[in-house]
Ligand binder design. Sequence first.
Ligand SMILES: [Zn+2]
Length: 242
Amino acid sequence: MSHAVARLRSARLARSAKPFLARGGPKGERCAACRLVPSHCMCAWRPKVPTRSGMCLLMADIEPLKPSNTGWLIADVVADTFAFGWARTDVDPALLALLSDPQWQPYVVFPAAFADAERLVHLVQHDSVKRPLFILLDGTWDEARKMFRKSPYLDRFPVLSLHPDQLSRYTLRRSQSEAHFCIAEVGAMCLDLAGEQQASQTLDAYLDVYTTRYVLAKQQRPVDVCDAAHTRLQALGLNSRT
Ligand SMILES: [Zn+2]
């Protein structure tokens, strides 16, 4: 398997002078495809759902290396996911080419409070020619703000600001300590705004399965495939096949 975030992770690992130590199972091993310890591997649960939207992840330096990064889940679900490492002084020409590709209408997804009013939009235009490309700034909050301020090649695009009600719904559902899980939630909200409800709900349910397994693995407790998260994802999968 190889998607954009997996490739970015490999490239980042290859550049590392010292190994990045993520805690794993007894021998520190993790499934290369889903990043969970083998006993909690969820590769069999990876959904297949057609999407028209694309995702462009700009990732802070070590973000692709974190087993808790959920941009990985977006890449699992959305076929047209692109991922680039962000650096202030260095821009990947492939990113600039993507942003100039006429098949896409890029949107920078960021809170309204930080954007000029004339760039702000709250809805995704339905366009029969251009497909929406959601640019997600994936890192800590400080890193994301820096990316937003210091990426002049993004300045010409509208800023899609998610409605605070939607955001608070997600904040309420998860604890602050799990705030790092939120980039896939943001991706799911973007798909919803693009009118892709099946993909949106599938990504959200897939994130729930991942979160559940991640926490159970940490607690060294077994997976229950009949729990609410797995049942919901399975139901969505069955619906998409009918
Ligand atoms: Zn796996």
